[in-house]
Ligand binder design. Sequence first.
Ligand SMILES: Nc1ncnc2c1ncn2[C@@H]1O[C@H](COP(=O)(O)OP(=O)(O)OP(=O)(O)O)[C@@H](O)[C@H]1O
Ligand SMILES: [Mg+2]
Length: 337
Amino acid sequence: MTDHHGNEPGLTRTTERPPVDAEQAREALAALRVEVSKAVVGQDAAVTGLVIALLCRGHVLLEGVPGVAKTLLIRTLAAALSLDSKRVQFTPDLMPGDVTGSLVYDQRTARFEFREGPVFTNLLLADEINRTPPKTQASLLEAMEERQVSVEGEPRRLPDPFVVAATQNPIEYEGTYPLPEAQLDRFLLKLTMPLPGREEEVAILQRHAAGFDPRDLAAAGVRPVAGPAELAAARAAVQRVGVAPEVLGYIVDVCRATRQSPSLQLGVSPRGATALLAASRAWAWLSGRDYVTPDDVKALARPVLRHRVQLRPEAELEGTTADGVLDGVLATVPVPR
Ligand SMILES: Nc1ncnc2c1ncn2[C@@H]1O[C@H](COP(=O)(O)OP(=O)(O)OP(=O)(O)O)[C@@H](O)[C@H]1O
Ligand SMILES: [Mg+2]
């Protein structure tokens, strides 16, 4: 006797869902956009970027002035993906153990027990990481890189997926500790969340007028439309996306061109080039293709590379931006046909 999945009854565990194929995973991730839009108006680029980060096991820098729904977006995305999310406000007095967790003495058992810190989650919103001293920043960056934390020499694995979305306060802020350039390179993408346009802002107010409560996403109609099974199937499918040698060459040419730019004192590293490849593949797959085009590379160049280049002070004074330099590079590097 078998059930409707063709499994023998004794082998079926009710908690296990049937395996997801790549097409179902893509449809689920497309539905995610609709789900997020029930709470968040606009900000499509940030939604796409976060999905790409989930598919590539990458982390993101999230830039935007206060009040553009950075927190709301992370919470909504987690709800729509049936993932756990936590938020840490980084402050000058935050200790590494406040991030990773620490050993606490349990009176009853007379033993030290590990109490998990907020990194033990799927989607971690790390707010204002530049307000905390380097030692605490390092504990987060280590967790991002290693996907585990070591407390008293004992490694503890973090959940999978584990994606950090980190926000930075503007550098002018007094008493901040900006992340060193070498650390920025560890983030797959830097996403910017712009202020809404007039129409969008009116739509936001309409929702509030109709009783929208950002703390009650279920009441806004946000439901889980995908989960770890869909993400796993999607990741496997992204690994099968093909890249022609000409497109690999194009990615390298774009990155090399940043190293020659007179406006930059630091160009993109080879790590940046591999990040551009990974993100382009994920984007190609999300767009319904199993091969990468030069247009995929162009679409991802800004978010993948903008935080990996450093402007010369003269260029910065003249009002040049990293995005402007990257646009210039994309306009001049020959595109394979
Ligand atoms: N695009 C948007 N769609 C829907 N609501 C929005 C949008 N932008 C702002 N809001 C409203 O503004 C509130 C503030 O957003 P949120 O707290 O997520 O901002 P934030 O970017 O995290 O701010 P901060 O940097 O201060 O933490 C939201 O709860 C929501 O009510
Ligand atoms: Mg916030």
